[in-house]
Write a protein that binds this ligand. Structure first.
Ligand SMILES: N[C@H](CCC[C@H](N)C(=O)O)C(=O)O
Length: 252
């Protein structure tokens, strides 16, 4: 139940976690179904970091080079790389229409929507890009993180009425046309060290807004991820399998 998940995630007892991942049989015939619970007990459709860990486990266990993982948002594809500790995930295609984010009202240009923070005449944050990469994201483009208290602004924006399913909120610095740096307030969790889906969201929005190339390195507090937004519209995320993220595999 959500209460049990909240207790587990809140480190009572145990190490705590940002997400709790439950692996089940896949009704769609994928290698398995990955059920994703946030620390607040909410169930969501994407978790990039977990996908890399779960793909690694499947491919190790079955001696496979590829795998398919079913999620609430559809089937994603895992593949091994030349480095056994690095996996790639095909996160599928981004959705940019306002109804697919989803937003509570119509916006024709989701490359930058009217959602400013602070005084109308001198907003401290404004014109975020929004996208759904299996889960909803809003990305604010900033020059530096030091001017913003994301732990204060995050929950306000996460729960903003414009996001009927809430949203993951990121601050993004574009260092070059191949390098983005992110700080993320995750829906249902809070500030985290890494968010794979936010890295995907920022990469496709930066490219769509002509701020970067289609292949970028995304630096998060917990490490780097490499995102390619392929010409066929699929988002490929490559990064280390954060094995320290697999505290324990509870087999039921
Ligand atoms: N908090 C996110 C789910 C986990 C995302 C993050 N852990 C990742 O690696 O993508 C959401 O509610 O959509």
């Amino acid at each position: 139940t959500p209460e049990m998940i909240k207790r587990f995630a809140a480190r009572e007892p145990g190490p705590g976690c940002d997400q709790l991942i439950v692996l089940e049989q896949s009704p769609a015939g994928a290698d398995l179904f990955m059920r994703i619970y946030n620390a607040d007990g909410s169930e969501v459709g994407a978790c990039g970091n977990a996908a890399r860990c779960v793909a690694w486990l499947i491919m190790q266990e079955n001696a496979q080079q590829t795998c398919r993982i079913e999620t609430l948002s559809g089937i994603i594809g895992g593949s091994a790389t030349s480095n056994e500790w690095i996996t790639s995930i095909d996160m599928g295609r981004p959705k940019f229409d306002w109804q697919d984010i989803p937003l509570a009202e119509e916006f024709h240009d989701t490359r930058g929507i009217e959602l400013q923070v602070g005084p109308i005449d001198a907003p401290i944050l404004h014109t975020p890009s929004v996208v759904n990469v299996g889960n909803p994201h809003a990305i604010y483009w900033v020059k530096s993180f030091s001017n913003y208290d994301l732990s204060g602004l995050g929950p306000l924006l996460e729960h903003h009425p414009l996001f009927p399913e809430r949203a993951n909120i990121s601050l993004a610095i574009v260092h070059s046309d191949t390098h983005i740096e992110l700080k993320v307030w995750e829906r249902g969790v809070g500030l985290t060290k890494a968010c794979g889906s936010a890295a995907c969201a920022a990469a496709v929005c930066a490219s769509r807004n002509k701020l970067t190339e289609r292949e970028v390195k995304v630096t998060l507090p917990g490490g780097d991820l490499w995102i390619t937004w392929r010409e066929d519209d699929h988002i490929i995320m490559t990064g280390a399998v954060a094995l320290d993220g697999i505290i324990e595999l509870a087999t039921s």
